[in-house]
Write a protein that binds this ligand. Structure first.
Ligand code: ADP
Ligand code: UDP
Length: 233
């Protein structure tokens, strides 16, 4: 397979392949937080994130969510459709933690009456600001695409919250991205992993996600390994 590096991000390398419109995403062990102001790395991170993303994309497809996923190639690599990405990060929240506590003064762990969607403009230089439909229209995102992003966020939550609940995990919040294929069909893209979701153990409230790295809590390698075990067993 002839691969050309198309893009190197903070957590993945994205390669073109000799198949048109097919990309290879290689997940790195590197981690960043606070818009790359904090950096780290631990063994097994790439494997957990690639394998968990592959399993969750396949499960979402089975449950009616269109995704970019094609196949897992090895421990740290997956093939996906090549998409034109929408410049939007869709955040879905079931319980309060992280930035919404600062935004609205909510107490940690407040359970929302209904899931809350936030739309952010994907722009590292601006720190991915929280935006509304009016901002996104001005940036050039169509109403149809914004609506797709919101519906996608809710649907992913509807499918994955019970999936994790059965595995003893609370899906606290998460971020997803979307893009369109060469025919203009919109679908779920990027990754779903402990980098992009907050997972709390249902019995102990133990954090099993990137917050352990963000907040120097230790046990990060074990937390990622535990999440991989819960998803794949
Ligand atoms: P970042 O850009 O935030 O540092 P990553 O290291 O995860 O993130 O790099 C992956 C990049 O690839 C992201 O910019 C993401 O939006 C993009 N991407 C994810 N899925 C696809 C896809 N199917 N087609 C094209 N680009 C994608
Ligand atoms: N998130 C992400 N990438 C980002 C910002 C947020 O994957 O660039 C995820 C994060 O892991 C969490 C959810 O989106 O699951 C909500 O994040 P929040 O806005 O609370 O982020 P904080 O500012 O606390 O890091």
């Amino acid at each position: 397979m002839t691969e050309t590096l198309l893009y190197e991000g903070k957590a993945k390398k994205v390669f073109t392949t000799d198949e048109p419109n097919v990309l290879l995403h290689t997940y790195k062990d590197d981690a960043t937080a606070f818009n790359a102001k904090k950096r780290g790395s631990w063994e097994g991170k790439g494997k957990t994130n690639a394998t968990m993303s592959a399993a969750l994309f396949a499960y979402l497809e089975q449950n009616g969510v269109p995704t970019h996923f094609l196949e897992q190639v090895d421990d740290t690599s997956i093939k996906t459709k090549k998409l034109d990405m929408l410049p939007v990060e869709v955040v879905v929240r079931n319980l309060a933690t992280g930035s919404i506590k600062r935004l609205l003064g909510f107490e940690e762990g407040r359970k929302f009456k209904a899931p809350i969607i936030e739309l952010c403009y994907k722009d590292d230089d601006l720190d991915d600001p929280l935006v509304n439909w009016h901002h996104l229209r001005e940036i050039g995102v169509s109403d149809e695409d914004i609506e797709f992003c919101e519906e996608l966020g809710f649907k992913v939550n509807e499918v994955l919250a019970p999936f994790f609940d059965e595995r003893g995990i609370i899906l606290v919040d998460f971020k997803v991205e979307a893009g369109k294929d060469e025919n203009g069909n919109p679908m779920l893209a990027d990754e779903i992993s402990p980098d992009t979701c907050r997972f709390w153990d249902k019995e102990t409230n133990e954090k099993l996600d990137k917050d352990r790295f963000r907040n120097d809590m230790g046990g990060i390698e074990e937390a990622y390994a535990e999440m991989l075990r819960r998803v794949t067993s």
